[in-house]
Design a protein around this ligand. Sequence first.
Ligand code: 5GP
Ligand code: MG
Length: 177
Amino acid sequence: MKKIQVKDKSFAISIPEAEILKQVQRVAAEINRDFAGREPLFLPVLNGSFIFAADLLREITLSCEVSFIKLASYSGVRSTGEIREVIGLASDITGRDVIIVEDIIDSGLTMAHMIETLERHNPASISVCSLLVKPDALKVQIPIHYRAMDIPNDFIVGYGLDYDGFGRNTRDIFTLV
Ligand code: 5GP
Ligand code: MG
């Protein structure tokens, strides 16, 4: 069993590269089919989705655009708690078919916030594409149109996902042991 150490924690391989790539290709084929004749705008969410986005986009045969976005967290006033602002929305998304590309959906709160923010710009449609989903952790109902894999409610790293900033640069996905 392949194991890695990321800072103070040990992780064991849970999804090998070949399986990830197979599922990424399947999702890309679904998007190619569903968006045939349209020109979607992919919005990968940094940092976690950078490797997924690179592999996914190279399987997309549509005429399309790609623009990276990021959620900036900062503390707001106490009464409202944490405010997360969507930054980097460089392209005008009004009237566009946008596809949000995420690394992982856990509680779903991040994605719910993202959808709400993008809706204010009046895109033609919003689709959600996530590499991973933790179905048992979902706290809010959100549409997940495309998902490569469902995983149990464990902490994972690799293939773009980090533990405390480290561990993103692996080909396989690893689970905390
Ligand atoms: P949510 O708002 O859905 O609870 O959280 C989504 C975000 O939490 C993801 O974009 C990711 O940054 C982080 N996250 C959730 N679960 C994991 C995990 O197992 N591993 C890593 N590295 N990040 C996670
Ligand atoms: Mg993320």
